[in-house]
Design a protein around this ligand. Structure first.
Ligand code: SF4
Ligand code: SF4
Length: 302
């Protein structure tokens, strides 16, 4: 197997519904500074699978104008779930051809992390998949570590398939897509959690100041995520009376937590997508900018 099979894999992934497809190898990923920063051996569980096919699906733009935040959250969750289903179909297809494959989920904690904070901001995918997407040439990282793509800016969800097919890696994009805080800063200005850098030395590049306060972001992006779950349990255990305990157990918070775990699932990570909506990177942005709700976004500028 070689370069020849890549067009067929791209077509098959597109037929299954993927909007973006990129290829990389374990060797290449291990050399990536972004991967090395966080994982010393992300493929420890499947060392026999040497190539990775990185997949992305776009978020429908109509989501942006929805008045109900839960509708926005759920729309993100549906797309995040869909890319995993596309990856699964591609994996079976690869195995029908005689090779081996393994789906890498976008929203399952990596081998070293036990925290869902790694899915901030907005649940695009794990840090591993975002780093892999950069290496596979799908995009570059924005000011707050979200993946930006030339086609859809940050408005995408990631999935991946590991395989023993020997695939040539795609080229990384040569330049950063994010112009940085000084020239843009829209994500930092709109972030309700103030989780994105708002100050930087004059002339600082995006690589100098790129950062995200993940815990702050999670209060909005994962409003009923793990942290909220733990806090709620602490309150229940610390109740002084049976009545107080019953009130907490029967509360709206318990109902929201249950719904996020059992019904919304992937959407538990996609509670806030404001930085996605404000980011001007992406060929889709002009269409997004025509949505009436965007007009009042920055009434006094950034
Ligand atoms: S805008 Fe929302 S998702 Fe983006 S960094 Fe801020 S809180 Fe997180
Ligand atoms: S909104 Fe602007 S500063 Fe933020 S990631 Fe997008 S391009 Fe970069």
């Amino acid at each position: 197997m070689s370069e020849d099979i890549k067009p067929a894999l791209r077509k098959q992934a597109a037929d299954f519904g993927a909007d973006l497809v990129g290829f990389t190898t374990i060797e290449c990923l291990k050399q990536s500074a972004d991967v090395a920063e966080t994982w010393d051996n992300p493929f420890a569980h499947a060392p026999h699978l040497r190539s990775m096919i990185v997949l992305a699906i776009r978020l429908p733009l109509g989501v942006a104008g929805a008045a109900d935040e839960k509708a926005i959250q759920n729309a993100g969750g549906i797309s995040a779930h869909r890319i995993e289903s596309i990856a699964r179909k591609l994996a079976y297809d690869i195995e029908r051809g005689g090779a081996l494959s393994l789906v890498v989920p976008g929203l399952v904690t990596d081998y070293q992390s036990s925290s869902t904070l790694e899915f901030t901001p907005a649940g695009q995918g794990s840090k591993l998949l975002r780093a892999a997407a950069v290496v596979a040439g799908l995009g570059t990282r924005g000011l707050n570590n979200m993946l930006l793509t030339p086609e859809f800016g940050p408005r995408i969800f990631l999935g991946a398939v590991l395989t023993n097919l020997e695939l040539e890696l795609d080229r990384q994009l040569p330049d950063e897509l994010c112009p940085g805080l000084e020239e843009c800063g829209r994500c930092a200005a709109i972030c309700p959690a103030e989780a994105i850098p708002r100050q930087a030395p004059k002339g600082a590049s995006v690589t100098d100041i790129r950062n995200l306060d993940e815990a702050a972001c999670a209060t909005h992006a994962q409003p009923y995520g793990v942290d909220k779950f733990v806090d709620h349990l602490k309150l229940i255990f610390a109740s002084n009376t049976a009545e107080q305990r019953n009130q907490l157990i029967r509360s709206q918070t318990t109902a929201e937590l249950w719904q996020n775990v059992t019904v919304l699932r992937h959407a538990a990570m996609t509670g806030c997508q404001k930085c996605w909506q404000a980011c001007p990177v992406g060929a889709d942005y002009d269409r997004l900018a025509t949505s009436p709700h965007r007009k009042d976004e920055f009434p006094i500028g950034v």
